[in-house]
Design a binder for this molecule. Structure first.
Ligand SMILES: Nc1ncnc2c1ncn2[C@@H]1O[C@H](COP(=O)(O)OP(=O)(O)OP(=O)(O)O)[C@@H](O)[C@H]1O
Length: 272
């Protein structure tokens, strides 16, 4: 379904991504890990066409999406939604309108400018918010929500596009462990229940192990590991992160310590 072939990105004299190749056949949950500067964000940004590749091809269902221009490029971007570490919501706008903005590419400028959305779009936005457990937040300004709730709004906005693929660039890097878990659980549900491919850049190994079907490890722009989570031994992780014997996996952990796991009622209250 998705085939990345010899893709390279050069910024000035720096090769950020160096001839990478991989193929994803079904709606898998794929994690990309690696230290800061390894090239992870650039890979996602090239897939979404936010950044142009220097060379190579990315084939999706037989079409090279790196060659698309104009309306075709925008159509691809709506099939391939992006979620960012900093949520990228419009802070002063209400939650429902933020979600509706997922349709920007598909509705007229007048509709979006005057917030004149068809009733069917509004109902769909509310349905998606309800599915993600945040329907009651719909009228609030996005900036009034917690980080975890804002990231779920960003996921709702992505779902509004009805994308084939969700690209998540460090989706939990700004969140505390409990909110991180809710956001990762949400992405996993979308992956398994809807059959949408998810590719997520992750900065912690335990998250990659827990949620991904497959993990790609990058170092200095190259793919140095591509396998299932059970193959991600400490030695392999050391290779990916370029760390020495003192490499401590726990330092990259976001798991919630057992004695800090709240009961469900408390968790529901926190997330409401
Ligand atoms: N727009 C740009 N102009 C110049 N250099 C860039 C640009 N974007 C990224 N780079 C460089 O490309 C390399 C890869 O960056 P990238 O952001 O893809 O890494 P990353 O693995 O996502 O790191 P991080 O986790 O810190 O975001 C880095 O050396 C970075 O400085």
């Amino acid at each position: 379904m998705l085939r990345v072939q010899n893709v390279t990105k050069i910024f000035g004299n720096r090769t950020a991504v160096d001839q990478i190749n991989f193929r994803i056949d079904g709606p898998a949950f794929v994690g990309i890990i690696g230290r800061s500067g390894a090239g992870k964000s650039t890979v996602l940004r090239m897939m979404n066409r936010l950044t142009d590749a220097s060379s190579g091809a990315i084939e999706v269902d037989g079409q090279n999406i790196l060659a698309l221009q104009g309306a075709q490029r925008r159509e691809w971007q709506s099939q391939c939604a992006m979620i960012f570490q900093q949520f990228n919501l419009v802070p002063r706008l209400d939650v429902a309108s933020n979600v509706l903005h997922g349709l920007l590419n598909r509705r007229s400028t007048l509709t979006t400018f005057f917030n004149l959305w068809p009733r069917s779009d509004i109902l769909r936005a509310l349905e998606i918010l309800d599915r993600l457990g945040i329907a009651e937040q719909a009228p609030k300004r996005a900036e009034a929500l917690s980080g975890g709730q804002q990231q779920r709004v960003a996921i709702a906005r992505a779902l509004m596009q009805d994308p084939k693929i969700i690209l998540a660039d460090e989706p939990i890097a700004s969140l505390d462990p409990m909110n991180a878990q809710v956001v990762m659980d949400t992405l996993k549900r979308i992956n398994t229940e809807d059959g949408r491919m998810v590719i997520a850049n992750l900065h912690t190994l335990d998250t990659a192990r827990r949620y991904c079907d497959r993990v790609i490890g990058m170092r200095d722009g190259r793919i140095v590991f591509d396998g299932v989570p059970s193959q991600l031994s400490t030695g392999v992780a050391r290779d990916i992160y370029g760390a020495d014997e003192s490499f401590n996996e726990a330092a990259t952990s976001t798991s919630i310590p057992q004695d800090h796991i709240p009961d469900q009622a408390y968790a529901d209250q926190m997330m409401a």
